[in-house]
Write a protein that binds this ligand. Structure first.
Ligand code: ADP
Length: 742
């Protein structure tokens, strides 16, 4: 390609050389080719690289090389031109004869610098010469002149060419000088460039080193980045998983919070915007379900003067949680400000940067518990008041040491100490004299086993002033329990029974004396009856004899006197028998001797016997089917006599007495009814007691000892039967007794 750029001198030389129809070779001082032109290369069929340096010498025929080198050497030594012929190998590996004209080359300072050689392919000429030589040998030297002329003209041409070459050489030399100058400039520039390059190379190297280091760092960083990247990726995956878990956990937390039975809410920011609230807390607020459009303050304005806003603000400012217990909080519910009690907490919530986000409010409504506690406290107060005002000595002793918590004046008096010396002190420390009498053990049992202890007239030895005297107390030690039922102390109730005990002891003493007297009386009656029995028996026998002897007397007085004497003897016999039975009963000598007999018959016998001495009353026996019993006939007979004679004794004259008997399942019930004075209710119970008699204006003139019913009751009891009375004052009486039939 043709360029418009102006050619340098060297380039110009080369351009000329290249276009020259002759082969050009430039050698340095050591025969190295520094340049060959295009004709040269065309001939050798090689590249410029294959020809430069010593390489071009390889093209010279082996037979011509030494000669060539010597010629160059000689010419170089002489710094002169030369002319030489040699064979040079062409592109087809054939050797052609060359004629070579060498002219010395000078550098810019005019010093010898090698040769410029023009070579001409003279092979055709040489071949022609050879052929001519052969032809001349054949044809003789006829044409020698012609040939010589031709050669001459050829030589002429060569010379002309040589001259042209010489002038070209000069131009070349000039060009060479310019080239040398240019070369110098170039070298300078190259040097400068080289220096700059070296510097820059140094810098480059440093830079390079730095770069290498950086590179290494980068590589390491890269690796780290790769690792980090992987970590990031797995972190991201973890993060995603975490986020999912978070979402799920948030969902769970939310649903947990929402379904929690405890009140929970979350307020955001200093303005306390309600962002989360479960139904439990919504219900407590009592402001309806639309709470999320509110701040805490706007929803619960009634808390403004209850310190709660300040607590929230404090938590938000300091980041420290706040806890309250049994705190009263008044909330407007159903348009009424009502007191509630809560255990609540305000706990700060922080965001991921550690900055406060809001406050979580958890709580537990303890209104019922607090109210219950207040009730307990109130009832405790009431109990204390009851104790203080009780008409009996009372106190509460707390704990296992029985510390006196509360005691009324009667109790303090009972202890015989100052109130201040006793209150809040363990009982047995302030009452050492009460120790070792079994009280410690009793109280410990009440406290540890929770069992009530009751005792009547328990003797306790206590100081009374300076004297240590025994007092008697009726005590109740009741376990004192807390609201969980745990025994925490003892409620002691004491009544002083000392006076009662002493009075009773006196009474017992007098009763003993009465009994002694009674015994003496019984003994006397027993002895007297025994003693009376013998003369009465003699008297009775004598009267009987007398009655027989005077049977025919007509003296009405004697007859009457004897009959009355008989009646009185019979009465006296009954009386003495009664007394004797009493003393037998007392000494356990009364015996039941059972036999079979017909009761109807006994009833008639006894009634007839009574009617012998009594004509003022009529006795009626209601007869039914005969009843046989197995009993002590005499003793049952004496019971009947007793009841019938009482019916006579305690009824006005002319009244009738009816006797009845009823056979029931397995017993026989006998009744004696009179129309007499009857018996008052208060006397009914005591009627069967020994020596008991009703005292009234009516009875005071009726003789008796109050032993008949007592003996009758004992006899019936010994038979396994029952005796009782139905009566009303003024309306007559019915006495009943039963006898078992089998
Ligand atoms: P006594 O008749 O010798 O006094 P009792 O033991 O037989 O002793 O009777 C006790 C008391 O019961 C009598 O004193 C009397 O007051 C009362 N009493 C007994 N029988 C009757 C009766 N049928 N009607 C009214 N009072 C009676």
């Amino acid at each position: 390609m043709h360029s418009n750029k102006p050619l340098s001198s060297e380039d110009q030389v080369k351009a000329i050389a290249d276009t020259a129809p002759i082969m050009l070779l430039m050698l340095d001082k050591d025969n190295n080719a520094v340049y060959v032109n295009a004709s040269w290369l065309y001939f050798t069929g090689r590249t410029i690289e294959q020809e430069t340096g010593e390489q071009w010498l390889k093209g010279i025929h082996q037979a011509d090389l030494d000669f060539c080198l010597q010629t160059f050497k000689k010419a170089a030594f002489q710094q002169s031109s030369f002319k030489i012929s040699f064979r040079l190998k062409n592109g087809d590996h054939n050797y052609h004869w060359m004629v070579c004209n060498g002219a010395s080359r000078l550098n810019a300072t005019g010093e010898f610098d090698g040769f410029v050689c023009w070579c001409l392919d003279i092979d055709d000429v040489m071949v022609a010469n050879h052929q001519e030589n052969e032809r001349q040998a054949l044809v003789s030297s006829k044409n020698e002149e012609v040939l010589s002329n031709e050669l001459f003209s050829a030589n002429e041409e060569l010379l002309t060419t040589n001259e042209e070459l010489a002038s070209t050489n000069k131009a070349l030399q000039l060009t060479q000088v310019k080239l040398a100058n240019l070369n110098d400039e170039l070298e300078e520039k190259v040097r400068l460039r080289t220096t700059a390059l070296e510097e820059s190379e140094h810098e480059q190297q440093t830079l390079n080193e730095e770069l290498v280091a950086t590179n290494e760092e980068l590589a390491a960083t890269n690796e780290e980045l790769a690792t980090t990247n992987e970590e990031l990726l797995s972190s991201q995956r973890r993060l995603e998983k975490l986020l999912e878990e978070l979402k799920e956990s948030e969902h769970r937390t939310r649903s947990l919070i929402e379904s929690a039975p405890l009140p929970i809410a979350v307020y955001k920011g200093r303005e306390m915007k309600i962002v989360l609230a479960n139904q439990s807390i919504i219900d407590i607020w009592g402001k309806g379900n639309d709470v999320f459009s509110h701040t805490y303050h706007s929803l619960l304005p009634e808390l403004g003067n209850q310190a709660i806003y300040d607590q929230l603000d404090e938590v938000y400012t300091t980041g420290k949680a706040f806890h309250a217990r049994n705190q009263r909080v008044d909330i407007v519910v159903d348009n009424v400000l009502q007191p509630f009690y809560f255990n609540y907490s305000f706990v700060p919530i922080f965001d991921t940067k550690g900055e406060i986000y809001g406050i979580m409010n958890t709580g537990a409504e303890v209104t019922d518990i607090v109210r219950a506690k207040q009730l307990v406290e109130q009832s405790e107060k009431n109990l204390h008041n009851i104790i203080l005002q009780a008409p009996v000595a009372m106190c509460i002793l707390m704990g296992p040491k029985h510390t006196v918590m509360v005691a009324n004046d009667m109790m303090i008096e009972f202890w015989g100490k100052e109130r201040a010396a006793i209150l809040d002190k363990p009982l047995f420390e302030v009452l050492p004299e009460a120790r070792e009498q079994g009280l410690e053990q009793i109280m410990a049992d009440v406290f540890h086993r929770g069992e009530t202890f009751e005792a009547v007239e328990m003797p306790v030895s206590l100081y009374r002033g300076s004297q240590n005297g025994v007092i008697y107390q009726n005590v109740v030690y009741e376990p004192y329990r807390d609201n969980t039922g745990k025994v925490i102390g003892i409620i002691a109730i004491t009544t002083d029974a000392t006076e009662q005990v002493l009075a009773r002891q006196k009474l017992e003493q007098s009763l003993d004396e009465v009994q002694k007297l009674q015994r003496q009386k019984d003994d006397f009656i027993g002895i007297a009856s025994h003693e009376l029995k013998t003369p009465l028996t003699s008297l009775s026998a004598l009267i009987q004899v007398l009655t027989v002897k005077l049977r025919d007397t007509t003296d009405p007085f004697v007859n009457g006197a004897l009959a009355k004497a008989n009646i009185q003897i019979r009465k006296m016999t009954n009386l003495i028998n009664g007394f004797l039975n009493i003393s037998r009963l007392e000494s356990g000598k009364i015996h039941i001797e059972k036999q079979h007999f017909r009761l109807n018959q006994l009833l008639h016998e006894m009634a007839e016997e009574i009617q012998i001495t009594t004509h003022s009353h009529s006795i009626h026996i209601h007869d039914h089917e005969p009843v046989d019993v197995f009993a002590d006939k005499d003793k049952v007979g004496s019971v009947l006599t007793n009841l019938l004679s009482n019916a006579v004794k305690y009824s006005p004259k002319g009244k009738s007495i009816s006797v009845n008997y009823v056979k029931k399942d397995d017993y026989l019930e006998v009744s004696i009814h009179d129309e007499g004075m009857g018996i008052t209710e208060q006397d009914l119970d005591k009627l069967f007691d020994r020596y008991y008699r009703v005292e009234s204006s009516y009875t005071k003139n009726i003789s008796g000892f109050g032993i008949g019913l007592y003996l009758s009751a004992e006899i019936i009891k010994q038979h396994g039967g029952r005796i009782w009375v139905q009566s009303k004052s003024g309306e007559g009486s019915t006495f009943y007794f039963t006898l078992p039939l089998n």
